[in-house]
Design a protein around this ligand. Structure first.
Ligand SMILES: Nc1ncnc2c1ncn2[C@@H]1O[C@H](COP(=O)(O)OP(=O)(O)OP(=O)(O)O)[C@@H](O)[C@H]1O
Length: 286
């Protein structure tokens, strides 16, 4: 169980996350939705301690993770893998090595410094790539892959951490609709087959409804909706996004980036077939 109790984060005079309180049972797949600036990224970053809370506490399995330090904090960050919108791979090295970097927190400093990976780790990395359907690019430099492939590599790297929780911060915001579906399906498959809790920030409501069993809606730092996909009525959506952004919220073709900036919509409007299984997340090694 992951519990947030009265969690607040301020940046100077601004409150990014405001008194948030919820509990997520093990194995749940949760989508966090909301307009740009609602506080979704800040929330996820507090969970894996990329940033600290200003007030409140976060607990996992009875341990107050918001207060951990040193090795215990590193262990929590290993258990709580993170996937980012921009993938955070090391572009100049090959895919297999990128994936094996997911083991860094499991290894001795000397082995890590020397970049020595065991046969077992190689086999594990290949299995993760196979699971994501991208084993054929194992020896290619990560920077040469498409965005969708890179995100799947990031998921494979995350799986190497053998995490208890995967946090995905807008994992599909830079992807075309087809790759977005593949990545979301991969996360869902991992959630279902491995029982790993997945919490993912998403911009569009339809994606959250299609892939998540629970949806948390944020507006101006506060949780204004918490329920199942069927509870997410147009009224609820209006509360989360505001009437002006409602159309965008329902559009799969709008990415976080476009909502933040020029509002140019991604060209493809194809609705790809739901894709193959796959998997998971990663820490920041880039
Ligand atoms: N490091 C920071 N310093 C100052 N303000 C910040 C910082 N990080 C976030 N904020 C502010 O906190 C608020 C919430 O930002 P956050 O990135 O969490 O929102 P979001 O819902 O993830 O938005 P987006 O979908 O655009 O990524 C915003 O007003 C943002 O400007």
């Amino acid at each position: 169980m992951l519990e947030l109790k009265n969690v607040t984060r301020r940046f100077g005079p601004n409150t990014a996350v405001d008194n948030v309180d919820f509990a997520i049972p093990e194995g749940q797949m949760v989508g966090v939705i909301g307009a740009s600036g609602a506080g979704k990224s800040t929330l996820l970053r507090m969970i894996n301690r990329l940033i600290d809370t200003s007030e409140g506490e976060i607990n996992f399995g009875g341990v107050r993770t918001s207060a951990l330090k040193g090795q215990q904090l590193r262990n929590w960050q290993r258990d709580c893998a993170m996937i980012f919108q921009q993938f955070n791979l090391v572009p100049r090295i090959d895919v297999l090595t990128n994936v094996m970097l997911g083991r860094l927190n499991h290894r001795s400093t000397v082995a890590s410094l020397l970049n020595i990976f065991s046969d077992e780790e190689r086999a594990m990395a290949i299995a993760a790539l196979e699971r994501l359907g991208i084993e054929k690019v194992a020896l290619q430099r990560a920077g040469t892959l498409s965005g969708g492939q890179q995100q799947r590599v990031a998921i494979a790297r995350a799986l190497m951490q053998q995490p208890k929780v995967i946090l995905a911060d807008e994992p599909i915001a830079s992807l075309d609709p087809r790759n977005a579906q593949i990545v979301m399906q991969s996360l869902k498959d991992i959630n279902q087959s491995d029982g790993i809790t997945v919490i993912t920030n998403l911009h569009t409501l339809d994606t959250a409804r299609s892939f998540c069993e629970r949806i948390i809606g944020m507006q101006a730092g506060r949780v204004v909706f918490d329920g199942g996909p069927d509870d997410l009525t147009e009224d609820a959506a209006r509360k989360i996004y505001g009437a002006d952004n409602l159309e965008d919220a329902f559009s799969e073709a709008v990415t976080s980036t476009s909502l933040n900036g020029s509002r140019s919509k991604s060209s493809g409007s194809e609705r790809p077939p739901v894709a193959r299984p796959a998997a998971e997340q990663n820490p920041v090694y880039a």
